[in-house]
Design a protein around this ligand. Structure first.
Ligand code: NYM
Ligand code: MG
Length: 212
């Protein structure tokens, strides 16, 4: 390798856990310390597929449940060439949601099992680290109202949380649970420590394949 590769770092968690805030702070901190880093988020609503997803989430359109699941996955796959390029160039990617959200949200719907939900994402670039921002539902509720988008209600979010817990039993993924009830700064410090450790370890390893 001409240069050390970047790390693929994912933040997951239910809504209101602080993922977006923490992704931004992490990218800023890495950049300040001279480590190239960029933020990505899924769904990426800017692509053609992303626009279909966005319209579904905003309840402007209806899509059959399997169909929308596959669109979320396709939206990740379409960005894989770019992700691989960035990682190879030495840029660390800090990603706001990934395949784990995909599985947790669809499998929270009736009639979907974890295995079916995982299958379209098998083989995606494997995150070197997945940090789960843990926040119990009552604390999340204190952070304000849910928005108007699909899935943004506490009954559904409870089911999503249970599905994330199932996914976290998989020890082939490098999960770290972060207590998101701490202050923004304390959560950040925690996340930064795990990330620096991961960036260091990942640089000499090839990027893996998820769930393979
Ligand atoms: N979501 C996100 C899914 O249902 N499947 C997926 O694969 C991904 C990545 O989209 N409620 C859901 C979770 C969120 C919603 O996310 C939009 P955000 O981070 O609020 O834009
Ligand atoms: Mg949201």
């Amino acid at each position: 390798m001409a240069c050390k590769r970047g790390a693929l770092i994912v933040l997951e968690g239910v809504d209101k856990a602080g993922k977006t805030t923490q992704c931004k702070k992490l990218v800023q901190a890495l950049e300040l310390s001279g480590r190239p880093a960029e933020m990505m988020r899924f769904p990426d609503r800017t692509t053609t597929i992303g626009q279909l997803i966005s319209s579904y989430l905003e309840k402007k359109s209806d899509l059959e449940d399997h169909t929308v699941h596959l669109l979320f996955s396709a939206n990740r796959w379409e960005l894989v060439p770019l992700m691989k390029k960035k990682l190879e160039q030495g840029t660390t990617l800090v990603v706001d949601r990934y395949a784990f959200s995909g599985v947790a949200f669809t499998s929270a719907k009736p009639g979907f099992c974890l295995d079916w939900c995982k299958s379209p994402d098998v083989g995606l670039p494997k995150p070197d680290l997945v940090m789960f921002l843990q926040l119990n539902p009552s604390e999340a509720a204190q952070r304000g109202q849910f928005g108007e988008e699909r899935y943004e209600n506490s009954t559904f979010q409870d089911r999503v949380q249970q599905r994330f817990e199932e996914l976290m039993k998989d020890t082939s993924v490098n999960w770290k649970v972060i207590d998101a009830a701490q202050s923004v700064e304390d959560v950040h410090t925690n996340i930064q420590n795990h990330s620096l450790n991961t960036i260091h370890k990942a640089q000499d390893m090839p990027v893996g394949e998820l769930w393979k």
